[in-house]
Write a protein that binds this ligand. Structure first.
Ligand code: 13P
Length: 258
């Protein structure tokens, strides 16, 4: 990673942990990393667990993120949550366009774009997820998919806003499968994403955007992935549910920051 960017290790808890379980895990994370400042650490619980976790991470350096939001500010949108509601619970981040939302809940580049603009407007840092399926990789379409998803999600975002943006490259075939992209495979795509950002904004801005890797990242493979020039952190699923595993990944980032 470049020295101008601070690693971000974010735990995507997905649909796991009720508020009591989430508060317990968050307090373990706070006791390990609540005081350190070398690496940004963030946990992203379910909506119903956000408030309990917010109280636990409050006044520590562990930050809070949500897993989704709606793009409208308020109104007749049954079952939805707005950016302002997340800010009210002291969320700093929001994951947008996760492949599970694209696959199961009809999320498109267009809705991801609307959500990204609304999040930035509300001072939430969007973690915009992109990544190809195995079928797309085997058909040689990785660059095409990455370009379409990146440009689609970021349409209308200004260079000033982009400084608060995080991109997560999550190859769909590596999520929850135990199959990780090799550091070289991941770095190749991360470098491409940075190039796309330079085209959309400018080189300086592109250098400031953190690009996370996600997909079966664990303590055993984190260091080699995080050592790549354009890999600025991780979006962690399964391993973020165990304090020791998540801690091992954060430790790897702390070591590399020295
Ligand atoms: O989807 C992910 C994070 O958003 C990655 O999940 P796993 O770490 O479980 O593969």
């Amino acid at each position: 990673m470049s020295t101008s960017r601070k690693y971000l290790i974010a735990g995507n808890w997905k649909m796991n942990l009720n508020s009591a379980e989430g508060a317990e895990l968050a307090s373990q994370v706070v006791s390990m990393f609540g005081q350190q400042t070398d690496v940004s650490v963030c946990v992203c619980p379910t909506f119903t667990t956000l408030e309990a976790v917010s109280k636990v991470v409050n006044e520590s350096n562990v930050q809070l993120g949500a897993q989704n939001m709606h793009y409208e500010a308020s109104g007749a949108y049954t079952g939805e949550i707005s950016a302002e509601m997340l800010r009210h619970l002291y969320c700093n981040f929001v994951i947008l366009g996760h492949s599970e939302r694209r696959q199961y809940f009809g999320e498109t580049d267009e809705t991801v774009n609307k959500k990204t603009l609304a999040a930035l407007e509300a001072n939430l840092k969007p973690i915009v997820c992109i990544g190809e399926t195995l079928e797309e990789r085997e058909a040689g379409k990785v660059s095409e998919v990455i370009k379409t998803q990146t440009e689609g999600a970021l349409s209308g975002v200004t260079a000033a806003q982009a400084e608060n943006l995080v991109i997560a490259y999550e190859p769909v075939w590596a999520i929850g499968t135990g199959k990780t992209a090799t550091p070289e495979m991941a770095e190749e795509v991360h470098a491409e994403i940075r190039c796309l950002l330079a085209g959309l904004f400018d080189e300086d801005t592109a250098e400031k955007v953190r690009i996370l890797y996600g997909g079966s990242m664990k303590p055993g493979n984190a260091a080699e992935l995080l050592a790549q020039k354009n890999i600025d952190g991780g979006l962690i699923g399964g391993a973020s549910l165990k304090a020791n595993d998540f801690g091992g990944i954060v430790e790897a980032a702390v070591e590399l920051s020295k």
